[in-house]
Write a protein that binds this ligand. Structure first.
Ligand SMILES: [Zn+2]
Length: 282
C-alpha cells in the first residue's frame, strides 16, 4: 500500500490542473515578495515578528458540523475561537486578529484560506470538534496539519470535515471535480503547503503538549490528512479537533465555561511559545 501511494503521488503532481499550480505559485510569490518588502522597509528590529493571525471557527450557518447530545459543533467552535481571539488581543495589542467568521454564518472552505492569504497572515488556526460514529468511548484532542493520512481514521476525519463543500453553491467550479469521497483526491491535496509543513508541525506539537499539560486532556497527537481548509493557505496552518462530541464527558467539558476557558488557555500558551520561538529567530 505504501509503495502504491508513493507511486501515485508524483503522478498526481504531474496531473494537477494547471490553474491550481499557477494559483499556488502566485500565492507563494506574493507572500515571499511581501515578506521581503516588509523586512527591508521595516523600522522594527524584529523581522520575524508574528503580526497577523487568522482564527477560523469551523462550520457555521446552514452547516452545523457534528453534534453531541446537546451541543452543535459550530457553536462550540465559535465560542472557542472568539475566546482565543480575545485572549490574544488582550495580551498582544500589536497582533492583528482576524476571524473568518465571528457569528453564526456559513463561509465556504475555499474562502477561509483565501481570507488568511489576502491578509498575509503569519499563522492560521482552524478549530473543530471530532466525532466517532462507532464508539462513544473515544475521546481526546488531535491536531492536524496538511499531509498524507497514515490511517483510515485520519482519512475519515478529513472526509467528514471536507464534505461540507457539497453545501457550497459553486463547489464543482471552485474545487474542479474534487470528490471528498475519493482517497486519491486527498492525496493530491497533500502536494500543497509543503513550504510550511515544518512550522505547522512544530506549532501542532506545541498545541498537543499544551492540551496534555495545561488542560489535562488526553492528547491523541499530531496527525496529517487532506483538509481542504488548509489546502492553499500560504502560512503555517493547523486544524485542531478539540475533542469528541460523541463522548458525553468530553461534550460536557467542551460545552462548559471552565472547559472552554481551559482549552483556549492551552491554545494561547502554545501560541505564545511558538510566537516567542519564531521571533527569537528559531
Ligand atoms: Zn468540523
Amino acid at each position: 500500500m505504501t509503495t502504491l501511494v508513493l507511486a501515485v503521488v508524483p503522478l498526481l503532481a504531474l496531473t494537477t490542473p494547471d490553474f491550481l499550480v499557477s494559483e499556488l505559485k502566485q500565492d507563494t510569490i506574493r507572500r515571499v515578495g511581501s515578506q521581503d518588502t516588509e523586512t527591508t522597509s521595516s523600522t522594527s528590529n524584529a523581522p520575524n515578528q508574528l503580526r497577523t493571525i487568522v482564527l477560523d471557527a469551523g462550520h457555521g450557518g446552514k452547516d452545523p458540523g457534528t453534534h453531541g447530545r446537546y451541543a452543535k459543533e459550530k457553536t462550540i467552535n465559535l465560542n472557542l475561537i472568539l475566546q482565543l481571539g480575545r485572549k490574544i488581543k488582550e495580551k498582544h495589542p500589536n497582533v492583528r486578529v482576524i476571524y473568518t467568521r465571528s457569528s453564526d454564518h456559513f463561509v465556504d472552505l475555499y474562502e477561509r484560506g483565501a481570507i488568511a492569504n489576502r491578509n498575509r497572515a503569519d499563522l492560521f488556526i482552524s478549530i473543530h470538534c471530532n466525532a466517532s460514529p462507532s464508539s462513544s468511548r473515544v475521546y481526546g484532542t488531535e491536531t492536524y496539519t496538511l499531509g498524507l493520512h497514515r490511517t483510515q481514521s485520519n482519512l475519515d476525519v478529513a472526509r467528514r470535515e471536507n464534505a461540507v463543500i457539497l453545501q457550497e453553491k459553486n463547489y464543482q467550479q471552485t474545487y474542479k471535480g474534487f470528490d471528498p469521497n475519493s482517497p486519491l483526491a486527498t492525496i493530491m491535496l497533500a502536494n500543497y503547503q509543503h513550504a510550511f509543513i515544518e512550522s505547522s508541525i512544530n506549532f501542532a506539537e506545541k498545541l498537543e503538549r499544551s492540551f496534555r499539560y495545561n488542560a489535562s486532556r488526553k492528547s491523541n497527537g499530531v496527525k496529517q490528512a487532506g483538509f481542504i481548509v488548509l489546502w492553499k493557505t500560504t502560512m503555517p496552518s493547523v486544524l485542531i479537533e478539540s475533542g469528541y462530541l460523541t463522548n458525553p464527558d468530553e461534550e460536557d467539558y467542551l460545552r462548559s465555561e471552565e472547559g472552554q476557558d481551559e482549552m483556549t488557555d492551552a491554545i494561547y500558551k502554545a501560541f505564545l511559545r511558538y510566537k516567542e520561538e519564531i521571533e527569537a529567530g528559531g
